[in-house]
Write a protein that binds this ligand. Structure first.
Ligand SMILES: [Zn+2]
Ligand SMILES: [Zn+2]
Length: 338
């Protein structure tokens, strides 16, 4: 008989207060060819998990287990999986497979691969005691930080890092950040460690306090205009109404990047106020493995640390409700006693 494990699965997507996540018993997955089985020590909780629970992202698999910021040791390997040894610490992220042969994959833009697959959406993720991943999409992780500290970097960190690249911030430039959750607070630290001046516009007093603690030159409400024109802005809030504020805050030639996988509708833009003078509005779609590897190299060199609230595995649904209602600040991580 196959051994079983505890997991959280999305039954029917619904508003989080109607409890679409339920705790289930599942067979411990078997690693397929080229895959490794990871014992989950910690799994970060991401707004995308909330979008999956609530149906903002259409389900691709019935009763899927969300969770895509997984840290833990390799405990078993499928046929042909030889990149890691048993016991090696690895990370499982959102991007879990790309085709390797399409025009995007061949051009180094595997984040745009139309056949790409995602952890916790196309395949079961890390809100469980064990998870499998193709070894070529796992990240080798440092062992000098705890699993809980590292987990938020696997999505919040990687996506934030790609957003920073997409925002075209010049060295020493002025960066505006709209919305200050898990991804934003990691990205802010990377940018300031590299010399940027930080301006944070966000709802939530807890988020504003964290922004001040992390050295922001200016902290305001979402609709507040920063005191000086910005070189770049990143919209982390999943709210389309924030986009015009970000564009208006840019200097001529500036760039605004939208970090999220989901954004409510953007209101009508006025060409003169929001776009003219060569202001650019760009989206961010997932990430490449190269983005993730660059990020983990930076994390080991820069003074960057996630502000983590640890929650027990049994409280994953409650933690997602906290994300939905803006009660969380920094990063939330579900920890497992292993
Ligand atoms: Zn492809
Ligand atoms: Zn995520």
């Amino acid at each position: 008989m196959t051994e079983q494990m505890d997991a959280w699965a999305v039954d029917h997507p619904a508003p989080i207060d109607e409890k679409p996540l339920r705790q289930v018993r599942r067979d411990i997955p078997e690693p397929g060819p080229g895959e490794v089985l990871v014992q989950v020590e910690a799994c970060g909780i991401c707004r995308t998990d909330l979008h999956l629970c609530e149906g903002d992202l259409e389900p691709k698999r019935p009763a899927v287990v969300p969770g895509h910021q997984v840290v833990g040791p390799v405990v078993a390997r499928g046929i042909g999986a030889d990149r890691f040894a048993d016991g090696d610490r690895v990370g499982i992220a959102w991007l879990r497979w790309t085709c390797g042969v399409c025009e995007f994959c061949r051009a180094g833009a595997e984040n745009l691969c139309p056949r790409s697959k995602y952890t916790g959406w196309d395949a079961d993720g890390g809100f469980a005691e064990y998870a499998v991943v193709p070894e070529n999409y796992a990240y080798a992780l440092p062992t000098d930080r705890s699993a809980v500290e590292l987990a938020p970097f696997l999505c919040a960190g990687i996506i934030g890092y790609r957003s920073l690249l997409r925002a075209n911030l010049p060295p020493g430039g002025r960066l505006g950040i709209y919305g200050f959750g898990s991804s934003a607070h990691l990205t802010a630290q990377i940018a300031t460690a590299q010399g940027a001046e930080l301006f944070v516009m966000t709802r939530g007093e807890g988020n504003r306090a964290l922004a001040r603690e992390l050295g922001a030159a200016y902290v305001g409400e979402t609709a507040d205009r920063p005191p000086v024109p910005l070189d770049s802005a990143i919209v982390f809030a999943p709210a389309g109404e924030v986009v015009p504020y970000a564009l208006e805050a840019l200097k001529p030639g500036g760039t605004a990047a939208v970090a999220g996988i989901y954004l409510s509708d953007v209101p009508t833009l006025n060409y003169e106020r929001h776009l003219f003078h060569e202001r650019d509005l760009r989206s961010v779609t997932s990430n490449t493995r190269r983005d993730g590897e660059e990020l983990f190299r930076l994390v080991s060199r820069l003074p960057v640390a996630a502000h983590v609230t640890t929650v027990p595995f049994s409280a994953v649904d409650q933690a997602l409700a906290d994300v939905a209602h803006g009660r969380a600040s920094g990063s939330l991580v579900a920890a497992f006693s292993v």
